[in-house]
Ligand binder design. Structure first.
Ligand SMILES: [Cu+2]
Length: 186
């Protein structure tokens, strides 16, 4: 008798869990993975956050705004190549294709963290709320990480738009590339 009641309770419990899971699946058609922020030197006022945003729904979604607990202003940005100089631009939205994904990464789309409340050290927790065009807010918890500046966009571009300081931080690889430009950045 006891085991019958136990089984009935278990079935009840499982069916509640199953319906909860279906609801969760509906609400999480857009998901975020591999999120991290850039750890920056104490003098830096800004940083960026990167992530993979996946859209398992049938409709194109857009990320339209972001908020964070570590910065006073948080914007969606992209990098463009302006005559060989990488510049950041504020964008109104980042499109996430249906059944596809978009990667926010150094040198491309990113969540710009402007006017940091305090320096972001490696391991510091960061919270970002990412709002989609349908009103969904995705809460994202991530960590600051040290990211080498020698990668991607920063290759050999010491003194470019990113306020890279030669040899100082971030891997110290800056300026090892092109035409002895090291030392021109202030
Ligand atoms: Cu930016």
């Amino acid at each position: 008798m006891k085991s019958y009641r136990y089984t009935a309770l278990l079935i009840l419990f499982l069916s509640i869990m199953a319906s909860a899971l279906v609801v969760a699946a509906d609400n999480s058609a857009v998901t975020v993975e591999n999120a991290y922020a850039r750890a920056v030197p104490p003098t830096a006022r800004n940083s960026g956050a990167y992530m993979l945003i996946r859209n398992d729904s049938d409709q194109t979604r857009k990320a339209v705004s972001a908020k964070s607990n570590v910065s006073q202003v948080t914007e969606l940005h992209n990098h463009i190549n302006d005559n060989g100089v990488m510049r950041m631009r504020h964008v109104d939205a980042i499109e996430i294709p249906a059944h596809g994904s978009v990667e926010l990464k150094p040198g491309g789309y990113h969540v710009m963290l402007i006017n940091l409340n305090q320096p972001l050290k490696p391991g510091d927790p960061v919270h970002i709320d990412l709002t989609l065009d349908d009103g969904t807010v995705l809460p994202i918890d991530l960590e600051a990480r040290r990211i080498g500046m020698g990668m991607g966009m920063m290759k050999g571009k010491c003194g470019g738009s990113m306020r890279c300081k030669c040899g100082s931080g971030m891997g110290g690889k800056c300026g090892s590339g092109m035409n002895g430009k090291c030392g021109t950045a202030k």
